[in-house]
Design a protein. Structure first.
Length: 286
């Protein structure tokens, strides 16, 4: 059980990322009294309308405002106390023309972007920071930047010589990477779905794992989120423009996920303590 008055900061690239990576973890710690805060780098302008029910006139033109509103709703569901929106433009998928937009997160000034992240870390003083690893088969420009600049912000927030106008220095204790898309997890969910006669959405991914370019993350810590899997699904559904209720996200029912894989997985990237990676609690030993 995590102590009260602690803080966890999750850094994400777009609205909806927070509900597909680490959502159960945020909900669990919020329920235990941890102050959970979220940093979202972009407004998600380049998102397609992936839910046929939302493919209506005028929706695409309002995408940034809609996605920000969806993010606020999802945050409320998960117990997030504050959302920091950096407001950069969505850079789009790799080799897309939107990569060249001057306001895209991909093209942001590194000192400005890292400085803004540092200011948030110093204001919130989290012990735990959650962020992305170095792509591992998904090289979206905004995710790459979150990995690069989130890592720098973690390292530099405690350095009084860096960004002296961004608040009193604060060094978080641990930086974890989301390890959501592991082959092991997909295999377990795939086999469980088949055992119930459910058409698994993971078969193609597993068969073409190497060709797709996925690299299995190292899993150091498994957080039990069995009591929060339904909330995770509700938060995903709050992103109505991006998430089709009939899509692969919901092919494996919540109750089956709770039975066979009730965890969210993490890789410990950096630690300001000498302790070993925690096994099942991100705050263990702090």
């Amino acid at each position: 059980m995590a102590a009260k008055n602690r803080c966890l900061l999750a850094i994400h690239a777009h609205p909806d990322d927070e509900s597909s990576k680490g959502a159960g973890t945020m909900a669990r710690y919020a329920s235990e009294g941890v102050r959970v805060v979220l940093l979202c780098a972009t407004r998600g302008e380049e998102g397609d309308i992936l839910n046929p029910r939302m493919d209506k006139p005028g929706i695409k033109e309002k995408m940034p405002e809609l996605r920000e509103a969806e993010l606020e709703t999802a945050g409320d569901i998960l117990g997030v106390e504050k959302i920091y929106q950096l407001g950069y433009r969505d850079s789009g998928m790799p080799e897309n023309d939107s990569n060249n937009h001057p306001n895209a997160f991909w093209n942001a000034d590194p000192e400005e972007a890292v400085g803004r992240m540092v200011a948030i870390i110093r204001a919130e003083r989290p012990e735990i920071v959650l962020s992305y690893d170095e792509a591992r088969g998904y090289d979206h420009p905004d995710h790459v930047r979150v990995w690069e600049w989130g890592r720098r912000a973690f390292q530099e927030a405690g350095n009084p010589e860096r960004f002296p106008d961004a608040g009193e220095p604060w060094q978080p204790s641990r930086l974890f990477f989301f390890a959501t898309f592991s082959k092991q997890r997909m295999q377990i969910l795939h086999e469980a779905a088949k055992s119930r006669g459910i058409d698994s959405p993971f078969g193609g991914w597993l068969e073409n794992w190497d060709e797709i370019g996925f690299e299995d993350p190292r899993i150091d810590t498994r957080v039990d989120v069995s009591d929060f899997i339904e909330l995770r699904s509700k938060a995903l559904l709050a992103h109505a423009t991006q998430i089709d209720p009939e899509s692969f996200w919901f092919a494996v029912p919540d109750d089956l996920q709770k039975e066979v894989y009730p965890w969210e997985d993490y890789t410990l990237d950096q630690s300001a303590t000498d302790s070993s990676p925690p096994k099942d609690d991100l705050f263990e030993g702090l």
